[in-house]
Ligand binder design. Structure first.
Ligand SMILES: Cc1cc2nc3c(=O)[nH]c(=O)nc-3n(C[C@H](O)[C@H](O)[C@H](O)COP(=O)(O)OP(=O)(O)OC[C@H]3O[C@@H](n4cnc5c(N)ncnc54)[C@H](O)[C@@H]3O)c2cc1C
Length: 449
């Protein structure tokens, strides 16, 4: 599609040193009379906004740097070889193919000109009447960006396959390592940050080491692996009630995971992590701690919170810019005096809401109802057969919660093929412990021991 886009100079051709080219609508021969809505990001929020505009008389342009929507809640299963990348992704173009008013562009957005109403993708620009920024979040290393190369985060498919390679590579190296200390470091896996992702990853690595890999090595016992979940604050899973967090902690202990709370990490390097001034030797460190918003706030010059989230108004628009909306992980929306959490439901509900606001405005109607998040609850899984669920006053843990987790994640996964495949793979995995995606694909596993 990009080949068809004419390289036409814009009126205000220069922004800084860059000569900008304008991206015309997909079918330039047909004059556009409808307002143009540009949606940046086809994650949970952006995709909901796009589908909400399906029958609205607008032209929609969805821009994403990836060609696929990613179901992040199951990324940890890709990182631990239970699922393959394609099982949790859906091509954006395919998802939106029946939506005749919508085009999809794959590119990285680099900025926004709020005066000229244009979105920049390098030296190209797309005009908009309404703009929806749903660009999600990225890892935050709390000012220690140099830790990233030793401790990858888990936000993208690339990172998930990188982590998968590092974990599997560590076992392979340990098999041929003769030095006991080095072998122990290879068999030590540290997860920094005990939110749902850290907890789920830890449980899954424990299952890999203690069940999946047993009897496959001659010189090591994979069950000797240490899986250590490190948390700076006094308890794990802060978003859950303490009673459920304690149950999760017990379940982790039963799986052989060491949980260390009150343990802020002081350094991460090639040798491992430093906690309380002491080095904990570990060749695999995974960052499941901080997140920061995408740089959308900088593009707009808008007010942001400490995490870079744009402070939005009650209709999810940017104060002073009623045609620009920022949602999901990139926005800070205050409800009842507290910011909404960075979860998929917030992004999806905001996406649907913004689509309704735009539909009303296009129809010449006022949309006076402020956005209000309906909390459908929180859930997490810990290894096989154990989960925790918190829905208002309803809280439970154990196999029922685990089952509820499975069903809900299947329901929200995009694409019938993915649902079917994942359901089959789960039955296979949870009954045999076998994982079908045990591939070392990254070249970055060649770090010296
Ligand atoms: C490992 C993990 C597990 C999670 N588990 C859960 C869970 O169990 N339950 C839950 O509710 N939430 C969970 N979350 C959080 C949830 O995934 C996010 O809150 C949700 O994805 C936010 O939706 P969003 O639309 O704001 O952003 P995203 O879904 O992250 O989408 C952002 C999109 O923007 C695109 N993009 C970003 N920058 C640019 C750019 N410059 N140009 C073009 N495109 C760009 C990205 O490619 C992406 O497609 C999890 C998150 C992670 C990382």
């Amino acid at each position: 599609m990009m080949k068809d886009i004419p390289d036409k100079e814009t009126n205000a051709a220069d922004v800084g040193q860059v000569t900008l080219k304008s991206v015309e609508p997909a079918h330039p021969a047909v004059p556009t009379v409808q307002p143009r809505v540009v949606i940046v990001g086809a994650g949970f929020g952006g995709l909901r906004a796009a589908t909400g505009l399906r029958d609205v008389p607008v032209d929609v342009t969805v821009i994403d740097r990836n060609n696929h929507h990613l179901f992040q809640p199951l990324l940890y299963q890709v990182a631990t070889a239970s699922l393959s990348p394609a099982d949790i992704c859906a091509p954006i173009r395919h998802v939106l193919k029946k939506q005749k008013n919508t085009e999809v562009l794959m590119d990285e957005v680099t900025g926004v000109d709020v005066q000229e109403q244009r979105v920049f993708m390098g030296d190209q620009a797309v005009p908009y009447d309404y703009l929806i920024l749903a660009t999600g979040a990225r890892d935050s290393y709390f000012g220690h960006n140099d830790w990233a190369k030793f401790a990858p985060g888990l936000k993208s498919i690339r990172q998930a396959t990188e982590i998968r390679s590092r974990i599997l590579w560590a076992f392979e190296q340990a098999e041929k390592e003769t030095d006991e200390e080095k072998r122990q470091a290879l068999l030590t896996f540290v997860l920094v940050g005990a939110g749902p992702t850290g907890v789920e990853m830890a449980g899954s690595i424990a299952g890999l080491a203690h069940k999946t890999l047993t009897n496959e090595f001659h010189h090591i016992n994979p069950a000797d692996a240490r899986i250590i979940l490190v948390e700076a604050v006094p308890r794990i899973l802060l978003a859950f009630p303490e009673r459920l967090a304690n149950k999760a902690k017990n379940a982790l202990n039963q799986l052989g995971v060491e949980v260390r709370t009150n343990s802020p990490v002081e350094d991460v390097n090639d040798e491992g992590v430093v906690i309380g001034g002491k080095l904990l030797p570990a060749k695999t460190v995974i960052w499941t701690a901080g997140v920061a918003a995408s740089p959308a706030g900088t593009w707009l010059g808008a007010e942001t919170d400490r995490g870079g989230r744009v402070k939005v108004s009650s209709d999810v628009s940017v104060p002073g810019h009623p045609t620009i909306f920022v949602l999901g992980d990139t926005a800070q929306f205050m409800q009842d005096g507290k910011p909404l959490p960075g979860v998929a439901q917030v992004a999806m509900q905001q996406g649907s809401y913004v689509a309704r606001v735009i539909a009303d405005r296009v129809a010449g109607k006022e949309h006076n109802a402020a956005f209000r998040y309906f909390d459908k609850g929180n859930m997490a899984t810990i290894g096989r057969f154990h989960g925790i669920v918190s829905i208002g006053k309803l809280q439970f843990a154990g196999i029922l919660a685990w089952f509820a987790w499975l069903v809900l994640h299947l329901m929200f996964l995009i694409g019938f093929r993915n649902r079917l495949v994942v359901m089959f793979l789960w039955v296979w995995y949870y009954t045999t412990f076998q994982r079908g995606a045990r591939l070392i694909t990254s070249e970055d596993t060649s770090r010296s021991v």
